[in-house]
Design a protein around this ligand. Structure first.
Ligand code: MF3
Ligand code: CO
Length: 249
C-alpha cells in the first residue's frame, strides 16, 4: 500500500529533508584529501543534532553510523571508518534525518580534490539521471516512467544502472512502498498521485551492473571493481506541475 501524505505531513517531511540538505552542504565543503570518513560521520551527526533532528540510519537494522560514506568502487552503504580520502577519489555521502516522526533522505557524490574528467563525467551523468527521473514524477505518469528515463540516460552514456538497490517511498518509515527501480519499460506500475513522497536514487557503475556486499554485511561494491556514483533526493508529487524537491536547499 502506498501511503499518501497530506500537505501538513509534507511540510514536516520538508523540514526533515532540509536538515539533511543543510548537513550535506556542510559535508560537501568538508570533503578534502586527508579527511577520514569517520570525521565526516561525526560532522554529519553534529549537524543533524544541532538542527533538532535525529539521525535516521544509526540503529536502522543495526547500521552503526549516521552517514553512509561510499568511496570509489563502493556503491552504497559504506561504513565510515579511519579511511583517509585522497586526491582523485569520489565519495558518495548518503544521509537521513527524522523530524517529528517523519524521514528525509538524500545523497550526493562528491569529487575529492582535483578530479579526472572520467570521474567528473560519471558523477555528472548520475546527477542528471536523478533529475530526469524527478521530472517524470508528475500526476498522470506511471512509476516506471521515472525508472525508464534514468536507465536511458545512464546507458546512453555507456554506464550501467545498479538493479539490486532501488529508490523507495518514504514517510513515517525510511522505506515504504513503492520501490522505485532505476530501470524498466515506461508506462508500468502504479499511477503517480499527489501526496506520494519518493526517494529517487540512481546508482551508476562505470563497468557492469553487478554488485556484491562485503564481509561487513553493509558495504556494497561493484563486482568488477569499477567506479560507482549515487545521488538521491526526497520529492513530493504535487497536484499539478513538477514535484517539490524536499531535500534541495
Ligand atoms: N539512502 C539509503 C536508503 O534509502 C540509506 C539507507 S542506509 C541504512 O536505503 F543504514 F539506513 F540502511
Ligand atoms: Co534512500
Amino acid at each position: 500500500m502506498i501511503i499518501l501524505k497530506t500537505p501538513d505531513e509534507i511540510a514536516v517531511m520538508a523540514r526533515a529533508s532540509r536538515v539533511v540538505a543543510e548537513a550535506l552542504a556542510v559535508l560537501r565543503k568538508a570533503v578534502r584529501p586527508g579527511i577520514t570518513t569517520d570525521e565526516l560521520d561525526r560532522l554529519a551527526e553534529a549537524e543533524i543534532l544541532s538542527r533538532g533532528a535525529r539521525p535516521a540510519f544509526k540503529g536502522y537494522r543495526s547500521y552503526p553510523k549516521t552517514l553512509c560514506a561510499s568511496v570509489n568502487e563502493q556503491v552504497v552503504h559504506g561504513i565510515p571508518s579511519k579511511r583517509v580520502l585522497k586526491e582523485g577519489d569520489i565519495i558518495g555521502l548518503d544521509l537521513g534525518a527524522i523530524v517529528d516522526g517523519f524521514y528525509g533522505d538524500s545523497a550526493v557524490t562528491v569529487l575529492v580534490g582535483q578530479a579526472s574528467e572520467r570521474n567528473a563525467h560519471l558523477v555528472r551523468v548520475t546527477e542528471e539521471a536523478m533529475y530526469l527521473g524527478i521530472k517524470q514524477a508528475v500526476v498522470g505518469h506511471r512509476l516506471s516512467d521515472i525508472s525508464h528515463v534514468i536507465q536511458q540516460h545512464v546507458e546512453l552514456a555507456g554506464y550501467s544502472v545498479v538493479t539490486e538497490f532501488v529508490g523507495h517511498g518514504i514517510g513515517r518509515q525510511l522505506h515504504e512502498e513503492p520501490q522505485v527501480p532505476n530501470y524498466g519499460k515506461p508506462g508500468q506500475g502504479p499511477r503517480l498521485q499527489a501526496g506520494m513522497v519518493l526517494a529517487i536514487e540512481p546508482m551508476v557503475n562505470v563497468g557492469k551492473a553487478a554488485v556484491k556486499v562485503l564481509e561487513d554485511r553493509w558495504t556494497a561494491v561493484t563486482a568488477d571493481g569499477s567506479l560507482s556514483a549515487h545521488f538521491e533526493h526526497t520529492i513530493a508529487i504535487q497536484p499539478s506541475g513538477p514535484p517539490r524537491i524536499l531535500s534541495q536547499l
